[in-house]
Design a protein around this ligand. Structure first.
Ligand code: NAP
Ligand code: ZN
Length: 348
């Protein structure tokens, strides 16, 4: 066990503050990583503040990790000390159910282990995430990261990137499809970049007029303000797909009405409370309301390689770890352009 520096929430009400945690010695299949950068996902805030209930304290968030390998176990074949690697939202799973066999570890039938606030596979401990100087992860969940791209901007691909890439691929979004992205934050801005790179005609639906110029720069063709009822009316039955990234409770029916027949609304945002959905919004146009969770290891590697090839990274604001509480407040206000990333040097 190695004691490392971290930032933790000690309760739902307390700000994040310095803490120490113990990382295990790398076992035969483990990779030990020195963390260089960690992105700040809205899920970190939901968890730190117990908005999804079930947070175990002290909680150390962080699942958009890029770093350098420091040590590897005897059975590790894909990595060696000095390699640049990434770790996303998962660090373990059963490894033998049908979903794990298909590299859909995020849907492990026996319960995956997320990077933080999650039961380890030996059922003995709760995981602690990337707001720390080092992490030890099973080889299967470690990704290759190209040195070609700026590493701080790559970190958010490990969650925001794969969470948007996976449904775009799964629902076969293609050239010419009319796709709306609801909410231009961390996930939303990656959805715009990835969907537009694949040829979709992207519309950003946002509350924030100030984001219009950025939306177009990121690859959107259109930008529409959701708070204007006339605008919403004019968009009825417009889209083949809506990617909903909103983190707060909202009315899905309003947006289902914007789908064409056979359209698909993909929920990525995870608001704390259940929502009411009118059957008529679905029946009327044979519409689908679906959800998607991050992505498996194979697809995450595919996404990282795709982004390296197409020069896609996240637009970030680099912060020191002592700015994390301020970054949370700004994220809650929608004032993020478009992902905060912690420079982990500031914790050493
Ligand atoms: P984020 O950076 O805070 O972006 C969310 C965006 O939603 C905001 O920038 C804002 O965009 C919009 N928004 C926020 N509050 C709103 C409200 N009350 N009404 C309408 N729009 C609102 O968050 P994120 O990191 O992208 O994460 C978004 C959600 O996805 C979170 O719930 C997170 O937990 C979840 N998530 C899910 C997965 C998955 O696997 N499905 C993975 C990661 C994260 P505008 O200013 O443009 O309106
Ligand atoms: Zn995330």
């Amino acid at each position: 066990m190695k004691a490392v520096k971290a930032y933790a929430a000690q309760s739902a009400e307390s700000p994040l503050a310095p803490w120490h945690l113990d990382r295990r010695e790398p076992g035969a299949e483990d990779v030990e990583i020195e963390i260089l950068f960690c992105g700040v996902c809205h899920s970190d805030i939901h968890t730190a503040r117990n908005e999804w209930r079930g947070t175990v304290y002290p909680a150390v968030p962080g699942h958009e990790i890029v770093g350098k390998v420091t040590r590897v176990g005897d059975s590790v074949t894909r990595f060696k000390a000095g390699d640049t690697v990434g770790v996303g939202c998962f660090v373990d799973s059963c490894g033998h159910c049908s979903n794990c066999n298909d590299y859909l570890e995020q849907y492990c039938e026996n319960g995956h282990t997320q990077t933080y606030n999650s039961l380890s596979q030996d059922k003995k401990s709760i995981t602690l995430g990337g707001y720390s100087t080092h992490i030890v992860v099973r080889e299967r969940f470690v990704l290759n990261v190209s040195d070609k791209l700026p590493l701080a901007n790559v970190a958010p691909l490990l969650c925001a990137g794969i969470t948007t890439y996976s449904p775009i691929k799964h629902w076969n979004v293609k050239k010419g499809d009319k796709l709306a992205v609801l909410g231009l934050g961390g996930l939303g801005h990656m959805a715009v970049k990835i969907a537009s790179s694949m040829g979709a005609e992207v519309t950003v639906l946002s509350r924030s007029k100030s984001k219009e110029k950025d939306a177009k720069r990121l690859g959107a063709t259109h930008f529409k303000i959701t708070s204007d009822p006339e605008v919403m009316k004019s968009l009825a039955a417009s889209f083949n797909f809506i990617i909903d990234t909103v983190s707060a409770d909202h009315d899905y029916n309003e947006y289902l009405a914007l789908l064409r027949s056979n359209g698909v609304m993909i929920l990525l945002g995870a608001p704390p409370n259940p929502a009411d959905v009118s059957a008529f919004q679905l029946i009327g146009g044979r519409r689908s309301l679906v959800g998607s969770l991050v992505g498996g290891t194979k697809e995450t590697q595919e996404m990282l390689d795709y982004c390296a090839e197409h020069n896609i990274t996240s637009d970030i604001e680099l912060i020191n770890i002592d700015q994390i509480n301020e970054a949370y407040e700004r994220t809650l206000k929608g004032d993020v352009h478009y992902r905060f990333v912690i420079d982990m040097k500031s914790l050493k």
